[in-house]
Design a protein around this ligand. Structure first.
Ligand code: ADP
Length: 565
């Protein structure tokens, strides 16, 4: 498990993690001295004569020029208060380092996981639940840092002074230490073995319930119309309620388990004191006073320590599942290929004997497929639903890599290293164009920072996509909000926005993946004639259109049929 945690923490945080360990250690030592200082004070009050025989005490006594026992006690008390105040200030300062480390690490993990998921490609993303991925990126990372790393540091920070205090007490008075051990150890051990498995189970179950809740909420809003018309909401809400009940139950149980340590420690302390009183009946008075005092001082510090250790252990066990979610996070540097370089299509795109299957044991979706697309050609690819058209499209876009064969653009092989440059030359319009929750302007120039958007080009492509009238009708023109929370656009307008977006980057090749299939006949014909017109006016743009209806491909020079295997 420790190795897994180490792998999750990136290389550049290792030195900082080491420094955090040192600050935790320093804090622990300071805390030990904070409590250890109280012991001399106690002894000064209870056993002054014994102390006076100590030559260091004698020396300090003389050095301070104390005239009486009470003067010395006051001076020592003030010194101790001063030291503890200073110690706490230093503690705060040291703790700042740990806190900064924790939250910086959260930021790093969250960013890395996001990029890592993204980089794994379309196949990975399409096979996962998007709400779960987003929860992992935003919440699981935080739970790992706050629920595993922080309590782990707290345990180390508590255990060290704890051990030192115990050793000091053993050294000073074995009876008191034995008593402390006898009162706390069995109680702690019984508690931990009782909650260990439960916590793991509760944590995992809460995680499961959380996922379900996130999914229910996201699906209800995303698919509102379908959900409403199919009257699916009652079923969704009952699944949501079940998940919520489970989550609430787990939280309640976790909260109960977390409050038990306080009861245990206090009861143990009372039991210890009671034992002490009983034993005390057989001890000389001064001695019992001292042991009692020692016991109380130690307990003041040990009690919260034990409680803290137990609560931290509880938190770690509850959040242990986060380690598995994060343990396959890639340790590569976060590098996003944002080069604007292009591979231009001057002559032809060659698809040579490619094959592709989704999983090792599945049937090939594309088998030994070849095709040559000449520059400026308008090619239609037709096939029944499920024939593999979208799969082929994703291969041509470089989103999937073929298992066999290759795709060449003017002789340059399309692979991981050339993919970005090829995609920079490509315009793509899918069946249902994805709209950002943003302005029309930003939706057209997708990915371009708003200050760098070429508004003239936007107007140009809007005209090419026959959207000029649409923009004029919008309340704020190009700056009108469209997308999820903005103005609704019709199916035809949405597809035309997709075309304008594809054209904005002056592509060498335009890919249409069932771009008009979901539209009514008239809108489809109207969009197809726009595509034909723009192709006539821009002869150098190559077009590859995929559709299951031949009527959607009327403007193409050549139509290729692909059949279901
Ligand atoms: P088309 O676009 O022609 O309708 P697709 O390319 O979408 O066909 O799908 C071709 C076949 O591949 C179908 O049998 C489909 O079930 C399968 N398929 C598509 N996507 C995946 C995926 N992510 N994982 C597994 N199988 C898939």
């Amino acid at each position: 498990m420790l190795r897994k945690i180490k792998n999750i923490i990136p290389q550049e945080f290792h030195t900082r993690a080491f420094i955090v360990a040192i600050t935790v250690l320093l804090r622990a030592i300071l805390n030990f001295f904070g409590i250890a200082m109280l012991v001399p004070l106690l002894m000064l009050i209870l056993d002054f004569e014994a102390l006076q025989s100590n030559h260091i005490v004698r020396y300090v006594y003389d050095f301070l020029g104390c005239k009486s026992h009470s003067q010395f006690v006051i001076a020592t008390a003030l010194a101790i208060v001063g030291f503890i105040a200073l110690k706490n200030m230093m503690n705060l300062w040291l703790y700042k380092y740990e806190r900064n480390f924790t939250y910086d690490l959260y930021g790093n993990l969250s960013r890395r996981l996001f990029v890592d998921y993204y980089r794994r490609g379309l196949l990975f993303v399409s096979e996962r639940n998007s709400t779960e991925l987003s929860r992992n990126v935003n919440i699981v990372c935080l739970n790992f840092v706050i629920g595993v790393l922080k309590p782990a540091a707290a345990i180390v920070g508590e255990i060290i002074p704890f051990a030192l205090i115990i050793v000091a007490i053993i050294f000073y008075d074995p009876t008191a230490s034995l008593l402390l051990a006898l009162t706390f150890v069995p109680a702690v051990w019984i508690y931990y073995s009782f909650v260990k498995e439960r916590l793991l189970k509760y944590g995992a179950e809460e995680n499961q319930a959380q996922r379900e809740k996130f999914r229910n909420v996201a699906e209800s809003f995303r698919g509102y119309t379908d959900v409403e018309i199919s009257n699916a909401f009652p079923q969704i809400i009952s699944s949501f309620n079940r998940a919520t009940d489970r989550l609430v139950a787990m939280r309640k149980r976790d909260a109960t388990l977390s409050t038990i340590p306080q009861g245990i420690t206090e009861t143990s302390l009372a039991a210890g004191m009671a034992t002490l009183i009983i034993i005390g009946a057989f001890m000389p008075e001064r001695k019992i006073g001292l042991v009692f005092g020692l016991f109380a001082v130690a307990a003041v510090r040990l009690l919260p320590s034990i409680r803290n250790i137990l609560t931290s252990l509880t938190a770690i066990r509850y959040n242990l599942h986060t380690i598995d979610t994060l343990s396959d996070i890639s340790n590569d540097k976060i590098e996003i290929d944002n080069s604007s370089e292009r591979i231009h299509l001057h002559q032809q795109m060659e698809v040579r004997n490619i094959s592709f299957r989704y999983t090792k044991n599945a049937q090939s979706v594309i088998e030994d497929f070849s095709l040559t697309i000449k520059q400026g050609e308008r090619i239609g690819i037709r096939g029944a639903s499920g024939a593999g058209k979208s799969t082929l499209m994703n291969l041509l876009l470089g989103l999937y890599a073929p298992d066999k064969g290759e795709i060449l653009i003017d002789g340059i092989k399309l692979d991981q290293t050339t993919r970005r440059k090829w995609q920079n030359s490509v315009g793509y319009v899918p069946q249902s164009v994805f709209l950002l929750d943003s302005t029309l302007l930003e939706n057209i120039a997708l990915g371009v920072p708003s200050e760098k958007i070429d508004r003239e080009r936007v107007m140009e492509v809007l005209k090419m996509a026959s959207l000029t009238e649409f923009v004029e009708r919008l309340p704020d023109g190009l700056n009108s909000s469209i997308g999820e929370a903005g103005c609704r656009v019709s199916g035809g307008e949405r597809q035309r926005i997709g075309i304008a977006r594809a054209l904005y980057k002056r592509p060498d090749i335009l890919f249409f993946d069932e771009a008009t299939s979901s539209l009514d006949r008239t809108t489809e014909q109207s969009i197809n004639s726009s595509i034909e017109e723009l192709s006539r006016n821009n002869q150098n743009i190559t077009i590859v259109a995929i559709a299951h209806r031949e009527t959607s491909l009327e403007y193409c020079d050549r139509i290729i049929n692909i059949e279901k295997l």
